[in-house]
Ligand binder design. Sequence first.
Ligand code: ZN
Length: 76
Amino acid sequence: MTTTQTTTPTSFDIRSSSLVAELRRDQCQCGNAKKAGRPFCLPCFRTLPASVQNGLYRRIGRGYERARQRAQDYFS
Ligand SMILES: [Zn+2]
């Protein structure tokens, strides 16, 4: 790929289609099982600050993306 777009430091894909796919998975980014519809397993979720946790209860398009991005910063 020779596209010259600025990339984020992490490989995290913020597109909503990817976020939906992530929510549908039953495996957390850490490898643990998680509930479908949740972005993370409970241990991962609990490591996040409350402000990020609250954002993750938002819907995609209503602030979820930003919270998910911030969560990625904590895990990376
Ligand atoms: Zn996890």
